[in-house]
Design a protein around this ligand. Sequence first.
Ligand SMILES: [Zn+2]
Length: 170
Amino acid sequence: MKNQWIYFVVLLSIPAIAGCQSAKDSVNNKETKMDSIDNYPVKKTDEDWKKELNAEEYRVLREKGTERPFSSEYETLWDSGTYVCKACGAELFKSNTKFDAHCGWPSFYQSIDKSAVKEIEDRSHGMTRTEVVCAKCGGHLGHVFNDGYDQPTGLRYCINGVSLGFKKKE
Ligand SMILES: [Zn+2]
């Protein structure tokens, strides 16, 4: 009887192990596109993100796209509150660090906390820039530049509005 049980358990485990293997493969494939997703606490497959995000959010957050300038409602929003990651909900920027950079994208001079975002060197499109991603899920947010001249930090976090959600201060 006991042996039968073990046989049954082993049989049940085979599809689970096979399932793990294919999930691991898709994560490995993604690394070329989304550099080392294993470093982020929120780990979801492309399929998961496709279900949770709309097409434009997926393109920007998961495929490092850029939204059209001046297309985000947040570009001209000056309400008090907190900007969060559209993908995982992590708090990323405070409204009191948002400024009008006239660049067409929501701009901030610092993140809510140094550990909230991760900065990665980006050599795509023949330029060297610093990419900003959500430290929790690895979602692409935008880039940070050293041209926030009149800001306290001298930095401009140029963020795609589509990568953000907004929690208005009550
Ligand atoms: Zn996130």
